[in-house]
Design a protein around this ligand. Sequence first.
Ligand SMILES: N[C@@H](CCC(=O)N[C@@H](CS)C(=O)NCC(=O)O)C(=O)O
Length: 198
Amino acid sequence: MKLLYTPRSPYARKVRVVAIEKGIDLELVSEDLVKKSPGLVKANPLGKIPTLILDNGQTIFDSPVICEYLDNIQPSPALIPKDPQKRLAVLILAAAADGLMDVTVAMFMEKARHPRDFNADFIAANEVTVKRCFVYFDGQVDQLKELNIASIGLASAIGYLNFRMPQLWRSTDYPRLARWYEAFSKRPSMKETVPREK
Ligand SMILES: N[C@@H](CCC(=O)N[C@@H](CS)C(=O)NCC(=O)O)C(=O)O
């Protein structure tokens, strides 16, 4: 199986951590998102990473679908609960973590495209959203104790925020969340996937 990815993407990191935790071997193929390769746009009409290409040529995207696929082909450790109530709770937290990635990526892209005249209102509104998410997750730390798609997603989201906008991750403001993140970051799967530019 090949994973089209970039070493900085939080969505790809989430998939990679899932694969490492499950002992699934992925062949990593680094993609250029400015000049997209024919292979990427053929595999995914959206031209986005992460995209998984199976050995039989089938392609799978986006990251929640890839994670669900990996959870099905290698059930241990189970990262998406089967019990309906637990599943709902974990998927909601996972959606919030994915949303935190979306907000952070959007802010980074706005500043990257317009370094001097970025939309300050847009950035300010998204910073408020980020802080609201931190308050939300800080209050949910007990739910994050298990290794699952939500805890992996959130750790990947915070890792990306810390990589791009460390000033926003003022961990002293969210002590429980900060302690949880520090402990989670010690997992070998997290250490192996620390974001880097290239
Ligand atoms: N919802 C998607 C988001 C993936 C995404 O936005 N990936 C970014 C990189 S971090 C991308 O491929 N951007 C290129 C583009 O949008 O053209 C997922 O969860 O996989």
